[in-house]
Design a protein around this ligand. Structure first.
Ligand SMILES: Cc1cc2nc3c(=O)[nH]c(=O)nc-3n(C[C@H](O)[C@H](O)[C@H](O)COP(=O)(O)O)c2cc1C
Length: 219
């Protein structure tokens, strides 16, 4: 029998400039459709579509010291607070995340007083404040898995997000990497299986016993 994590509201943060044409776009559609069919309420924040500004300005930098949230990030924080589950979907760019997603973490997500606590001077970290029951990072990669091993530890390519989530209090974080996608299109032979897997990841998001996804999973 399925053991539920009790997740009802899922925030999907999507970072790819071409949702219609990309594999990442096909993945987010399948994931959201699986999650919705399973009864989860889903909000997707497509960072390119909303024109999210990822660059920390001088004003943002000073405001950060007095706990002021940039006006354009308040809405993003509202979505994060609303959700009890999180999913990040993005390609690997230069063995890391696209700049727009890194900027989302910098400006809207990893913010003192919002997602983590520190002492009044901001000098000492005092623990994460987010209470999401689960987070999933889905990362697409152009290279083959062997290529990934040549240049580092493959888990590290998603580690920036995993560490940020952990820092903010979200410990139950899973990573699904899809390798070997260079020059693949939605019509490529392996796509139906990949899309089906993403639909299943959405459908089982609330499942405590989703053994396919303990720690890092690569395909
Ligand atoms: C700017 C840029 C940097 C990239 N860096 C990497 C990389 O470091 N490692 C890798 O395996 N693929 C890299 N790729 C390939 C993408 O990860 C790959 O094309 C993508 O995951 C395929 O899915 P998509 O159709 O959703 O873009 C890069 C692509 C771009 C455009």
């Amino acid at each position: 029998m399925k053991r539920s994590l009790g997740i009802k509201k899922l925030l999907v943060v999507f970072a790819h400039p071409a949702r219609e044409e990309s594999l990442a776009g096909a993945i987010v559609d399948a994931f959201v459709s699986g999650a919705t069919k399973a009864g989860l309420e889903v909000v997707t924040r497509d960072l390119y579509a909303i024109g999210f500004n990822p660059v920390v300005s001088k004003q943002d930098w000073f405001d950060g010291f007095v706990g002021k949230v940039p006006a354009d990030c308040e809405e993003e924080q509202r979505h994060v607070k609303w959700a009890d589950g999180l999913c990040f979907i993005a390609p690997a760019w230069n063995w890391s995340m696209p700049a727009i997603l890194k900027g989302y973490l910098d400006r809207a997500f990893v913010i003192p007083g919002f997602s983590f606590a520190s002492d009044p001077n901001g000098a000492t970290y005092q623990g994460g404040l987010l209470t999401h029951k689960k987070a999933l990072v889905i990362q697409t990669l152009g290279g083959a898995l062997q290529t990934g091993f040549r240049f580092g530890n493959v888990a590290d390519y998603a580690q920036g997000l995993v560490s940020a989530l952990h820092y903010c209090g979200v410990r139950n974080t899973h990573v699904q990497q899809f390798w070997n996608l260079y020059k693949q299109t939605k019509e490529s032979p392996q796509m139906p299986a990949l899309i089906e897997k993403c639909r299943a990841l959405g459908a089982t998001f609330d499942d405590q016993d989703d053994e396919a996804l303990q720690g890092l999973s690569t395909c």
